[in-house]
Design a protein around this ligand. Structure first.
Ligand code: NAI
Length: 283
């Protein structure tokens, strides 16, 4: 498979990331098949995309994205990107079904934040065409795509995905498979420590975020960033990092587990560490 052979792209999972990944491909003129389990989820995803796409670009985005609950449509795709829940069994099931639907030459990529590429590759026959393509949130605005090479990923596929990333005006960083890769290994050391400071009463969440925002020039503080990522996603990532690295800095803090257990998943549901339903919520 060469870069020029990528004519049509599939994305599975139309949540926070999947819809944004579909939007990026569509903006760069790729026809995209976006699949989720229910039509109402797909409709909700398209409604949100419309809200967050410049009006003059909406016809292009809407015209290039076909939504469906039928994974069979991936049979026509040259690249399929997984963006379903960060749960290993869910991802493995989804990847095996993509594997059985798609041609042996189709590149299969995953947007996983933390799960081992080598482990997920076990669900794919011919794992040389399996790769991590880790977009950041929101995909349309964030420039980085972390490209993760599994032990069986072919260098040709790394080159194709690198070229595709650059063709969409994004910046690739190529890393070898390792828990949390580079991005989340570094980010969750910071978020985990910020949550420990909060839990231990060292400072209020606003002050912790203010230190990093105005002292270190981060665009937002780590606790607000956790809310933006989704606290359920953060918890899954920390569990994977802790289980794999056995390093206490990634041990999910009780304060995070409690919010997730209470269904407070962060910005996407209006409540996390911060309240997003209130007008004039902390910026
Ligand atoms: P999300 O929970 O917003 O969306 C997941 C979507 O997958 C849902 O719409 C769900 O209905 C769908 N889904 C689940 N099982 C499915 C199946 N069997 N078939 C079809 N669709 C299915 O999750 P989010 O945040 O978009 O995360 C997706 C992936 O992206 C995860 O691997 C996550 O680690 C990764 N990621 C998340 C980032 C974030 O900031 N939220 C950043 C970078 C990567």
């Amino acid at each position: 498979m060469k870069f020029e052979d990528i004519k049509k792209i599939g994305v599975i999972g139309a949540g926070t990331m999947g819809k944004g990944i579909a939007q990026v491909f569509a903006l760069y003129d790729y026809p995209v098949v976006l699949v989720d389990t229910e039509s109402s989820i797909l409709q909700g995803a398209m409604d949100k995309l419309k809200k967050f796409t410049e009006p003059e670009l909406w016809d292009k985005v809407a015209g290039n994205i076909t939504t469906s609950t039928d994974k069979g449509l991936f049979g026509e795709c040259d690249l399929v990107v997984d963006a379903v829940f960060e749960e290993i069994t869910v991802k493995k099931n989804v990847l095996s079904s993509i594997n059985s639907i798609c041609a042996d030459s189709t590149i299969i990529a995953t947007n996983t934040s933390s799960i081992s590429i080598n482990e997920l590759a076990l669900s794919i026959t011919n794992p040389s065409r399996f790769i991590g393509m880790h977009f950041m949130n929101p995909p349309v605005r964030m420039q980085l795509v972390e490209i993760i090479r599994g032990e069986n990923t072919s260098e040709d596929i790394v080159a194709v995905i690198t070229q595709l990333t650059k063709a969409m005006d994004k910046i690739p960083a190529i890393v070898n498979d390792s828990p949390g890769f580079v991005s989340n290994r570094l980010l969750f050391a910071l978020i985990g420590e910020a949550l420990k400071l909060l839990e231990n009463g060292i400072a209020a969440k606003e002050d912790i975020d203010t230190v990093m925002k105005f002292g270190m020039n981060h665009p937002m503080g780590p606790i607000k960033l956790a809310d933006f990522i989704g606290l359920d996603v953060c918890l899954s990532i920390m569990k994977v990092l802790y289980d794999d690295l056995k390093d206490d800095r990634y041990k999910p803090p009780a304060i995070l587990k409690d919010l997730v257990a209470a269904g407070k998943f962060g910005k996407k549901c209006g409540q996390g560490f911060y309240d997003y339903k209130k007008r004039n919520a902390e910026k």
